[in-house]
Design a binder for this molecule. Structure first.
Ligand code: MCA
Ligand code: AMP
Length: 516
């Protein structure tokens, strides 16, 4: 037996390729990390985790800014047979407390500057807390786990793990307002990395410009696992900053991003065909890419963005083809074809019966990419799978006569803003708790930068209701990207005859709130 994911992903570790980490601010030098360094650094962290009592199957929860160290910690946790649990850096203390309570990790790794905020409740929960920073030099302490890693041996015997063992848990919000931990196995992650590497023709000649966060499927598994499997290089940026992207594009061959990356680049006059002459591939996902963006991008650069479709629970399900032109080429407004090992069908929501060809229904998928269930939520898991093993995505789609999948809407009440998911229920529950609010409804409407922007509609219970004060009260409680960008006051919410709030009416009413 071996460690399934590590054995398969790092098989190319002898390549001459490397990661170049570009610092975010200040005068710090870029750092370079070869595949040999990847093996050594992840071994050091794996040793440090084991020394701290992490055992196979334990959850290793991590909320740290993007860095090479953070990436190595992912590999280290998997090498130690543990389950990696990354958390969005935007999460507040209350949100983090929920995840730690639910996942019961044996260790929680946070940024040094957040140690004081988290110490008391991790102690209460009996969870060891460690800090991870960026290693800047031999005399500089940048976090307890960073230091421990530096002092630990640079080789590590990977803990045996089979394809069905868990490699990661990623929390995704739920329609009830309660986040659910999607359990992802070694097979889920590797099968998808393999399919995508082949389909998108990644090789050790590639240089991926990496500007995504690494606490979600897109930046962590799609971008990183594909790079590792191909033995490719990576230019690792701390986040999306148009200046930095423009500066580094000429050295890259490929980039993965959410639609906001591409609309922001199109807003920049420096972004033109000359700048991207070295590029072979731009990929988009996590949110719908407007056909207009696709067309404007092609006109400006000569490149057709390759759009694909995935979910935290399923990794990637479909992709446009690598081939650009022709009747089997990339098509704007579609998410392409199911991956080779993915079965995809369109069904009626209630009965689960397949719809007639071309009709709209709920997208259901089955394959080695699909997760095994929600952590400690067997009932919720059962609700979202059909008896024959298909997972009900909650996305509405159709398949055209040429076999391309189109996403036409969502059966679930979900807002996607700049590639981040916001479940309105979570925000509504919080608003409804605030003094002066009788009830609320949260909707997403078109936003020029984020695709969708969050608006809260509230019905006050008192004439003294103060929207500005209310927004500042909820600020410390939920991540910034979930917070309403506008608060709209109404005397009552529109309801249908069954008493259900008509969110479509609100979306229509507020449609132009951000755009004009
Ligand atoms: C930041 N803000 C946001 C968002 N990001 N508000 C709404 N939606 C967002 N996505 C807030 C900031 O806190 C700030 O608030 C204000 O908006 C402006 O921030 P700005 O500096 O413009 O934002 P940024 O730091 O440049 O970030 C925007 C971003 C980022 C680059 C688009 O959100 C991002 O990297 N998104 C990618 C998300 C992603 O990787 N999703 C993949 C999920 P204030 O002014 O009050 O401070 S995985 C997935 O979906 C599936 C599996 C799939 O298919 O991939
Ligand atoms: P997450 O929960 O962050 O994994 O988000 C998954 C959701 O993002 C899917 O269920 C879709 O609604 C949406 N999504 C991902 N890729 C695309 C895409 N290319 N087009 C439209 N929606 C997408």
């Amino acid at each position: 037996m071996t460690n399934y994911l590590i054995h398969n992903l790092l098989g190319n570790a002898n390549t001459g390729a490397q990661f170049a980490e570009i610092p975010g601010t200040g005068d710090a030098q870029s750092r370079y990390c070869s595949y040999g360094d990847v093996l050594q650094m992840s071994a050091r962290f794996a040793n440090a985790l084991v020394e701290r009592g992490v055992k196979p199957g334990d959850r290793v929860a991590v909320q740290v800014p993007k860095s090479i160290e953070a990436l190595m910690l992912y590999l280290a946790a998997v090498r130690a047979g543990a389950v990696f649990l990354p958390l969005n850096t935007a999460y507040t203390k209350g949100e983090v407390a929920y995840f730690l309570n639910d996942a019961e990790p044996s260790i929680f790794v946070c940024a040094p500057e957040r140690l004081d905020e988290y110490s008391a409740f991790t102690k209460e929960l009996g969870i060891k807390i460690e800090t991870l920073g960026v290693w800047t030099g031999p005399q500089v302490s940048s976090g307890s786990l960073t230091d421990a890693g530096l002092g630990a041996p640079r080789t590590f015997k990977n803990v045996d793990r089979g394809p069905e063992d868990l490699a990661a848990i990623l929390y995704t919000s739920g329609t009830t307002g309660r986040s659910k931990g999607a359990m992802l196995s070694h097979r889920n992650l590797f099968s998808n990395a393999q399919s995508l590497t082949e389909l998108w023709e990644f090789s050790n000649q590639d240089v991926l410009l990496h500007a995504l966060p690494i606490f979600h499927t897109h930046g962590l598994f799609v971008a990183t696992n594909v790079t590792l499997l191909a033995g490719a290089s990576m230019i690792f940026l701390p986040g999306f900053d148009a200046d930095e992207v423009v500066r580094h594009l000429p050295r890259a061959t490929s980039m993965m991003g959410v639609p906001t990356f591409y609309t922001r680049l199109l807003d920049d006059p420096r972004f033109d065909s000359k700048l991207v002459s070295h590029m072979r591939l731009f990929i988009s996902g996590s949110a719908p890419l407007l056909s207009e963006t696709h067309t404007a991008f092609e006109e400006r650069t000569g490149h057709r963005i390759l759009e694909r479709y995935g979910m935290t629970e399923t990794n990637m399900n479909t992709s446009n083809p690598y081939i650009v032109e022709g009747n089997k080429g990339r098509r704007a407004g579609t998410v392409g074809f199911p991956l080779d090992d993915v079965e995809l069908r369109i069904c009626e929501s209630e009965s689960g019966k397949e719809v007639a060809p071309g009709d709209v229904g709920v997208i259901e998928v089955k394959g080695p990419n699909v997760f095994s269930g929600y952590w400690k939520m067997p009932d919720k898991t059962a609700e979202e799978f059909r008896e024959d093993g298909f997972f009900i995505t909650g996305d509405l789609g159709k398949i055209d006569p040429d076999g391309y999948v189109h996403i036409v809407g969502r059966a679930k009440d979900l807002i996607i803003s700049g590639g981040y998911n916001i479940y309105p229920k979570e925000v509504e529950l919080l608003l409804d708790e605030q003094e002066g609010i009788l009830e609320s409804a949260v909707v997403g409407v078109p936003h020029p930068d984020f695709g969708e922007g969050v608006i809260a509609v509230v019905v006050p219970s008192t004439p003294e209701f103060d929207p500005v004060a209310t927004l500042s009260l909820i600020k410390p409680q939920i991540a910034r990207y979930k917070q309403p960008k506008l608060l709209h006051v109404m005397d009552e919410l529109p309801r249908n005859t069954m008493g259900k709030v008509q969110k479509n009416v609100l979306r229509e009413l507020l449609h132009d709130s951000f755009s004009g």
